[in-house]
Write a protein that binds this ligand. Structure first.
Ligand SMILES: *Cc1c(COP(=O)(O)O)cnc(C)c1O
Length: 379
């Protein structure tokens, strides 16, 4: 089945028997009769009905064999990491990452005896940094906030040869536009809080992989306990049903906005993989089937960045992303405020940079809002 159908229906083999409603009933029990039961059910075992159904849908979308649904993206990320690395291991993280992941890697993992190193996500740089004890390479593409594109196939190949595990945060691309497992990546992560939830009313995370890695992740997940409750699993399943039409429209809007911003004299630079000016455009065309709905831009030096943010009327200044409503943030004061100034400077994250999550509003209303705020904010 194609993605549009998978978001709505389980396949014949995936169906859970004895149900007739078109929607999954919300199963709230935390106690299940165990007498003669073939399996022990419990919310923290990640195996209740609502969990199972949504996990099956998302793993089908990613082309993985199993998925686990967590209470946040960070719960998914931390559990997956602790499942595959331990004291004495060396881990390579892409240098440009979601701020929370960056902070987690640098502040938590070393406390557990794990040697963390940041790297440019290019085959050459990675090859140079691999050591005998390198256990994992962690990637994110398109990256946050500059939307740079990492060659997943090339890095997966290097890692496989050396027996190194690869993890990709696929939040920005969504399973619709990028399937890392098909490119040879071992484990895929989503902050489901973003596009999978899609309505800015749900916090959740997902790990998808082949059965080989999932046994370790499930074991760690049960110990760490970051499961998602039944009501939220249901809400996530409900959101998934419109994933394709939401993300398609958001992506069309993002392309139009990126092109309009690139032509505007109040903008210095636009970062969007769908623009031919983007350094990752060719690679994105090769490994993705759509460019996604996140874009960033630098306002020109004659624009007052904080005024610009205040003058927006429609687009909400907000940290999260992926919702049906457009949101904007200034990474240096929000998502990346915990990343050292030095690293931000090196990556090009300055006060002029804004990250825009494009929603499903009408393109013209979004463009008008951005343009009017820019005009008022000229120094
Ligand atoms: C938001 C986000 C996360 C963290 O997810 P939470 O649901 O906030 O815990 C991880 N990676 C990316 C790319 C994100 O955008």
């Amino acid at each position: 089945m194609k993605a549009e159908t998978l978001c709505i229906h389980l396949s014949k083999e995936q169906k859970i028997s004895g149900r007739s409603g078109v929607n999954t009933p919300i199963e709230t029990s935390s106690a299940f009769r165990t007498l003669n039961a073939p399996e022990i059910y419990y919310p923290r075992y990640f195996n209740t009905l609502n969990h199972e159904v949504v996990a099956r849908k998302i793993s089908a979308l990613e082309g993985g064999s199993t998925a686990l649904i967590f209470s946040s993206g960070m719960a998914a990320i931390s559990t997956a990491l602790f499942a595959v690395v331990s004291a004495g291991d060396h881990v390579l993280f892409q240098n440009e990452l979601y701020g929370g992941t960056h902070y987690f890697a640098l502040s938590e993992l070393p406390q557990h005896g794990i040697d963390v190193e940041l790297t440019y996500p290019e085959p050459g740089s990675i090859l140079q940094k691999i050591r005998p004890n390198t256990k994992l390479i962690y990637l994110e593409t398109p990256s946050n906030p500059l939307l740079s594109i990492t060659d997943l196939g090339a890095i997966a190949q290097i890692a496989k040869k050396q027996g190194i595990i690869t993890i990709v945060d696929n939040t920005f691309a969504t399973p619709l536009f990028q399937k890392p497992l098909e490119l040879g990546i071992d484990i895929v992560i989503h902050s489901g809080t973003k596009y999978l939830g899609g309505h800015s009313d749900l916090c959740c995370g997902v790990v998808v992989s082949s059965q080989k890695w999932m046994d370790a992740v499930r074991h760690k997940a049960i110990n760490l306990g970051g499961c998602l409750d039944a009501q939220s699993c249901y809400l996530l399943e409900r959101s998934l049903k419109t994933l394709v039409i939401r993300v398609e429209r958001q992506t069309q809007n993002a392309q139009t906005l990126a092109e309009a911003l690139e032509k505007n004299a109040n903008i210095a630079r636009v970062y969007y993989p769908g623009l031919t000016s983007h350094p990752g455009h060719t690679l994105a065309k090769k490994q993705m089937t759509g460019f996604g709905a996140m874009l960033s831009f630098d306002v020109a030096s004659h624009i007052d960045p904080s005024r610009f943010l205040q003058e927006l009327e429609l687009i909400a200044p907000a940290l999260s992303l992926g919702g049906v409503e457009s949101t904007i943030c200034q990474p240096i004061t929000s998502s990346h405020s915990k990343v050292s100034k030095d690293i931000c400077q090196k990556m090009g994250i300055t006060a002029a940079l804004f990250r825009l999550s494009v929603g499903i509003e009408h393109q013209q209303d979004l463009i008008s809002d951005l343009f009017q705020a820019l005009e008022i904010s000229i120094f």
